[in-house]
Ligand binder design. Structure first.
Ligand code: GDP
Ligand code: MN
Length: 397
């Protein structure tokens, strides 16, 4: 789960990482009050879960109350790269002397944690890495070891923090690590970690987190009361909600081929087969969802499943892949016909049955003589056919 900046900075503050004073506001009246309270100039920042807000006009400086109101009125209704703005953060403006980038994230390939840092902060790290790859340092935190002040200091030095900033940078890295662990985060990113203050007064300079991006590991929600405090960030997908009500294991993936199977492994392979077919056929067709009907599914479960998958308007075809063990292909076939009767859907369905009662299941489907029902012998063939049918339907739409 990704947090909004105003939520992420709360976690940083709780871990004693310096941030500018700021207030979250949802209408121009609240913005004016907040700006008056913080003083001018202040920064008005669109709250959206996407980077590049600055470049998109979502981060602006207000020098007085009237300007704050005008900016609020222009930023609040914005949609940035497809994301609707959810309120603004009004923050104290700081004088920036330099911008650094620092992040801690899970590194799945080396099975530990990565500290990424560069003295060229401000823009997105992907771009910095493209233009100045040598400036981005990647250091590992051993998953079983610890990260102490000595290690953090070594990192800060090797990263290229200017001499005077090294000690404070090491402290901030340590606190970020604590925040990362305490929050069960998968990403804690500060960009810019800005050196602020009066350029002519050395004693006024310090590091401050001017922007924060934090992602939390959804699997750890139970350890944090379901993160009710971040309820604003918990977006419910209507299809996932409906599936949950029916006790089905469904994940919405937003492609064109609905996928239903029994057993997580088989469904995952089916997703790969569909993606592979879309690539091979050069159509870019992708799976629309993961749906595991589990073991021993009844006709009713199959019918509910198909109902949910077909209700997704992005779905152009469905691939049903069942390897009958305790699940009977006959029950699955009855469920498919039941759903078609109820829904009267015209979307093509490609079925591959094997194992328990496969012959019975196939004969039930054959008797139905429904032109939208297709049968394939292997998983590969079925995936190819489902992807082809989805591409055709999309083209003819
Ligand atoms: P992003 O574009 O979504 O990453 O949003 P940021 O919060 O990082 O803001 C973008 C840029 O706005 C930063 O890199 C800064 O250059 C600038 N900015 C943000 N806050 C301040 C501030 O307090 N003072 C000044 N002068 N610039 C700021
Ligand atoms: Mn930023």
């Amino acid at each position: 789960m990704d947090l909004y900046e105003y939520q992420a900075r709360e976690l940083l503050e709780e871990h004693d990482i310096p941030t500018p004073k700021a207030i979250f506001a949802q209408n121009s009246h609240e913005v004016a009050e907040a700006a008056d309270q913080l003083g001018y100039p202040c920064v008005i920042k669109a709250q959206v879960k996407i980077g590049h807000r600055g470049q998109a006009g979502g981060v602006k400086l207000a020098h007085n109350r009237d300007e704050a109101i005008l900016l609020a009125e222009s930023i609040l209704p914005m949609t940035i790269h497809g994301h609707k703005v959810n309120g603004v953060l009004v923050a104290e403006a700081k004088n920036i002397i330099h911008e650094y980038y620092v992040s801690i994230s899970v590194d799945r390939s080396s099975r530990d944690f990565d500290v990424l840092a560069t003295a060229n902060g401000g823009t997105e790290v992907e771009e910095i890495a493209k233009e100045h790859p040598e400036s981005v340092k990647r250091l590992h935190i051993d998953a079983l070891g610890d990260f102490d002040l000595e290690a953090a200091t070594k990192m800060a030095d090797s990263i290229g923090f200017y001499h005077a900033d090294g000690a404070q940078a090491a402290q901030i890295l340590l606190k970020m690590w604590q925040c990362f662990k305490d929050s069960d985060a998968t990403l804690v990113e500060i960009n810019p970690l800005a050196k602020i203050g009066d350029p002519d007064d050395e004693s006024s300079k310090s590091l401050c987190a001017l922007d924060a991006k934090i992602s939390l590991d959804g699997n750890a929600a139970f350890r944090h009361d379901g993160w009710q405090r971040f309820a604003d960030s918990i977006e419910a997908d209507p299809y996932e909600l409906k599936a949950q009500e029916h006790g089905l294991h469904y994940v919405h993936l937003h492609g064109e081929v609905g996928v239903i199977g029994n057993g997580a492994g088989l469904v995952m392979s089916s997703l790969d087969a569909v993606s592979g077919a879309g690539k091979e056929q050069r159509t870019g067709i992708k799976p629309a969802n993961f749906l595991d009907i589990g073991g021993g599914a009844s006709a009713a479960v199959m019918s509910d499943s198909l109902g949910i998958v077909l209700s997704d308007p992005q779905v152009r075809s469905v691939f049903v892949n069942v390897y009958g063990g305790i699940t009977s292909c006959e029950q699955v076939a009855r469920g498919i016909l039941e759903a078609l009767d109820k829904l009267g859907s015209g979307k093509p369905i490609v079925v591959r049955f094997d194992g328990n009662a496969a012959a019975e299941g196939l004969s039930i489907l054959a008797q139905a003589d429904n032109p939208n029902l297709h049968v394939a012998k292997t998983m590969e063939e079925a995936a190819q056919q489902a992807a082809r049918l989805a591409a055709d339907a999309k083209e003819n739409h």
